[in-house]
Write a protein that binds this ligand. Structure first.
Ligand code: SF4
Ligand code: SF4
Length: 635
C-alpha cells in the first residue's frame, strides 16, 4: 500500500544567529501588521456609539458566527462554486493554525506537537488534506479573478489580491513539499526559511488590503445589529441622521472596514442591474475611504462624497444587498440614515417627495386621493366597522383603500373572509402606516402617522389585524414598536395558506403560474412557501430565474413608487421580463405595490400580457367563478 507522507520534515536546530534574525523579522512584521490595525481600531472605537445596541441575546450571535463564519453558509449558498473554493481556503487557514504555531516555536528549539504522537498525526493529516484542497481553491479563485473576471469583482485588477493568492498558494504548496523531504536535511532547512519568509511577508498585507476582512468580518457578523434591514432609532432631537463623518457609528465603521469587495451586493441590486447611479458596494467602500482619509468624527459631509443625492434616492430598500453580503454589512441603515440626513437638513429637494410628505402631513393618504373615497369603499363593499367583538380587524392600507387594483385585491379578500365565515371589521379611519416616509428618511412624519394609528388601535385592541400589503405588515409589526407597542398583524398569504383546505379548487388547473416574491415578504419576513401554496390553486407553479429570497424587486419600495420617473431601465420592466420569460399563463403576486408596478410594466411591454392576479384573487376565483368578473367591473 502506498503511504503518502503527511508530516513535514523537521529542520535542523537553528543557529543562534538565525534565531536572532527570525526574532528581528517577526518584530518588524508584527509592527507593520499592527500599525494600520491600530488606526482602524481607533477609527472604529472613537466613532459614535450605536443607539439602542445590545449584545444580548448572545446565543443567536454565536449561532450566526458558527453558521456564517465557521460553515461559510452565506458564502457558499449564494455563489456555490466560488463559495466552496473560498470556504476551503478559509478552512485551510483554520487547519493550519496549530501547524503554523508549531512552525514558529521551532525558533526556540521546541515543538508544540510531538511529530510521532497520535494528535500530531491527526493534525497533520487534516493539514495535508486542506493543503491540497486549499491550493486548488486558491488557484480557482485566482483564475476566476484574473482570467474569467466577472464584472461584479470590479473593472480594476487588484495586484494585492494576486499577490496574496500567490503567497497563500506558496504556503500550502511548501507545506506539501516539506512532507517529502528528510528531517534535518538542507532541503528541510531551506523550506523552513522560505515558509517563514512568506508568512512574515503575508502578515503586514492583511490590514492594508481587503484581506482585513479575515480579522474583521467575523467581528462584524457577531456584532450585527440584528433583524433584517433594521433601521436604528435616532438619538434624540439633535440626531438628524447620517449627515457628516461625525454621525458614522461604531458598527457602521466596523462594517465599512469589513467589506471583502466581492460585489455580491451589486450583482443583486436592482439599481445597479438597471443602470442607476447607486451601487451598494461603492457606498460601503466610499465610507471606508472617508474613514481612512478623515478618521472618525470628521465634519466632512457624506452626501456628495460617499454617493450623490440621485444615487441615494434610487434605492428601493429591497434588501438584496444585505441578504447577500457575506461580511455582515447592513446597507439599509446606511442608506436610510443618509436619506434622514438629506431630508432633515433640507438638502433633498424633490417635488414628488415633497408632495408625498405634504399629503400625509395634511392627513390624506400616500396616493393623494380624497379621504371620502375610503368611506365610499366601506359602503360599496358593505364593510362593517371594527367594534372589538370581531376576531379580525382588516387593515385597508393606502393601496387597499384608494388604488383601483388594490381595491380589487381587497374585495377578493373580503369575499374569502365571508366565505370562511370570519367575523371582521375595519377601522373607521386609517392613516398611512408610514412605510414610504420612513424609508425616505422623514422620521418626524413617520412618528406622527404611527402614533395616530396606534391611538386608533389602542381604542380597538384587536386580536388580529389582517393586511394585503407586506409593506404595511413590516412597518406595523416591526417599526411601530419603536413607539412602545404594535397590534398583532398577519399578511393575507399566511392567512390564506392556513385556510387552504377550506378553499378547495373547483376550477381545473391547466396553466402555469409564476409567483413573484415581494421583497418585503420573501426577504424581510422569509415567507415564500405560503403564497406559493395559494398561487398553486391557479395552476402548476413555475419559477422565475430569481425567486424566493433572491427575488428581484418590482421597483416600488423605499418610497420609489411615489417619486416619479427613474433613470436607466425601469426596475419593473426588468422584473416583468424575467416573469414573462417563464412562459407562465398567470403571474401571481401578493403585494398591491408589486401588482401595480408589474401591471404597468407588462402593459408597456405586450399588447396581450398574461393574466396578473393577487393570490387573494386566485383563491377567490375558486369559490366564485363570477367573482373575478365582479371585481373587474368595480372601481
Ligand atoms: S436595498 Fe436594494 S436597491 Fe437598495 S442598495 Fe440594496 S440592493 Fe440596491
Ligand atoms: S458590501 Fe458585502 S456583498 Fe458588497 S462587496 Fe462588500 S462584502 Fe461583498
Amino acid at each position: 500500500m502506498l503511504i503518502v507522507p503527511i508530516v513535514p520534515a523537521a529542520p535542523p536546530p537553528l543557529l543562534p544567529a538565525e534565531r536572532m534574525l527570525v526574532l528581528l523579522l517577526v518584530l518588524v512584521s508584527a509592527a507593520l501588521f499592527a500599525r494600520p490595525l491600530v488606526a482602524v481600531a481607533r477609527n472604529i472605537l472613537t466613532a459614535k456609539p450605536d443607539v439602542g445596541f445590545s449584545l444580548r441575546p448572545l446565543v443567536p450571535r454565536f449561532l450566526s458566527l458558527l453558521r456564517e463564519v465557521g460553515l461559510q453558509s452565506r458564502v457558499i449558498r449564494h455563489r456555490p462554486l466560488p463559495g466552496i473554493a473560498h470556504a476551503v481556503v478559509f478552512w485551510a487557514f483554520c487547519a493550519f493554525a496549530l501547524v503554523t504555531a508549531n512552525h514558529f516555536v521551532w525558533v526556540l528549539g521546541i515543538e508544540l506537537l510531538s511529530r510521532t504522537s497520535a494528535l500530531a498525526q491527526a493534525v497533520y493529516a487534516c493539514a495535508a488534506f486542506f493543503a491540497v484542497a486549499g491550493s486548488a481553491g486558491i488557484a480557482f479563485l485566482f483564475v476566476r479573478r484574473f482570467l474569467l473576471r466577472p464584472r461584479w469583482l470590479g473593472e480594476k485588477l487588484s495586484w494585492e489580491s494576486g499577490l496574496i493568492a500567490m503567497l497563500i498558494f506558496l504556503l500550502l504548496a511548501m507545506h506539501l513539499v516539506s512532507c517529502q523531504v528528510a528531517s534535518a536535511s538542507v532541503a528541510a532547512h531551506l523550506l523552513w526559511w522560505m515558509h517563514t519568509a512568506v508568512l512574515l511577508a503575508f502578515m503586514p498585507l492583511i490590514p492594508r488590503t481587503k484581506h482585513l476582512h479575515l480579522l474583521l468580518a467575523p467581528v462584524a457578523i457577531f456584532l450585527r445589529r440584528g433583524g433584517f434591514s433594521n433601521i436604528p432609532p435616532l438619538d434624540g432631537d439633535d440626531d438628524f441622521g447620517l449627515v457628516a463623518g461625525v454621525d458614522i457609528t461604531r458598527i457602521a465603521s466596523l462594517q465599512a472596514y469589513s467589506c471583502v469587495e466581492c460585489g455580491r451586493c451589486m450583482e443583486h441590486c436592482p439599481a445597479v442591474v438597471t443602470g442607476k447611479q447607486l451601487n451598494p458596494r461603492d457606498v460601503v467602500l466610499n465610507m471606508r475611504g472617508h474613514l481612512r482619509r478623515q478618521g472618525a468624527l470628521s465634519e466632512e459631509p457624506l452626501l456628495g462624497v460617499i454617493l450623490s443625492d440621485e444615487a441615494l434616492f434610487a434605492c428601493v430598500t429591497c434588501g438584496a444587498c444585505e441578504a447577500q453580503c457575506p461580511a455582515g454589512i447592513e446597507h439599509l441603515p446606511l442608506l436610510v440614515g443618509m436619506r434622514r440626513g438629506a431630508v432633515n437638513t433640507g438638502v433633498w429637494q424633490n417635488q414628488h417627495g415633497h408632495r408625498l410628505f405634504l399629503q400625509l402631513e395634511r392627513g390624506t393618504n400616500a396616493l393623494g386621493r380624497p379621504v371620502l373615497e375610503r368611506q365610499k369603499l366601506l359602503a360599496d363593499f358593505n364593510l362593517p366597522l371594527y367594534d372589538g367583538s370581531q376576531e379580525i380587524c382588516l387593515w385597508l392600507g393606502c393601496m387597499g383603500a384608494y388604488d383601483p387594483k388594490g381595491r380589487e385585491i381587497l374585495g377578493s379578500l373580503v369575499q374569502l373572509l365571508r366565505h370562511l365565515g370570519k367575523k371582521f371589521g375595519v377601522l373607521r379611519t386609517e392613516s398611512c402606516c408610514g412605510d414610504p416616509v420612513r424609508r425616505l428618511g422623514n422620521d418626524l412624519l413617520f412618528e406622527q402617522l404611527a402614533m395616530a394609528n396606534l391611538e386608533r388601535f389602542q381604542a380597538a385592541t384587536p386580536e388580529l389585524v389582517l393586511s394585503i400589503c407586506p409593506h404595511c405588515v413590516r412597518t406595523i409589526e416591526v417599526e411601530w414598536k419603536q413607539f412602545g407597542t404594535s397590534p398583532p398583524i398577519m399578511h393575507h398569504s399566511d392567512f390564506l395558506a392556513a385556510h387552504l383546505p377550506e378553499l378547495q379548487a373547483t376550477q381545473s388547473k391547466t396553466g402555469k403560474v409564476v409567483f413573484h416574491d415581494p421583497c418585503y415578504l420573501s426577504r424581510y419576513r422569509g415567507v415564500q412557501k405560503e403564497p406559493r401554496s395559494v398561487a398553486a390553486l391557479g395552476g402548476s407553479i413555475v419559477e422565475a430565474s430569481r425567486h424566493g429570497d433572491r427575488s428581484f424587486c418590482c421597483g416600488a419600495g423605499g418610497g420609489r413608487a411615489f417619486l416619479g420617473d427613474e433613470s436607466g431601465t425601469r426596475i419593473g420592466h426588468e422584473r416583468a421580463r424575467e416573469l414573462l420569460a417563464t412562459g407562465a399563463d398567470l403571474i401571481a403576486t401578493s403585494c398591491p405595490f408589486c401588482h401595480s408596478m408589474l401591471g404597468d410594466a407588462m402593459a408597456d411591454m405586450q399588447s396581450q400580457p398574461p393574466a396578473l392576479l393577487d393570490i387573494a384573487q386566485i383563491a377567490a376565483a375558486q369559490i366564485s367563478v363570477q367573482h373575478l368578473a365582479d371585481v373587474e367591473t368595480y372601481v
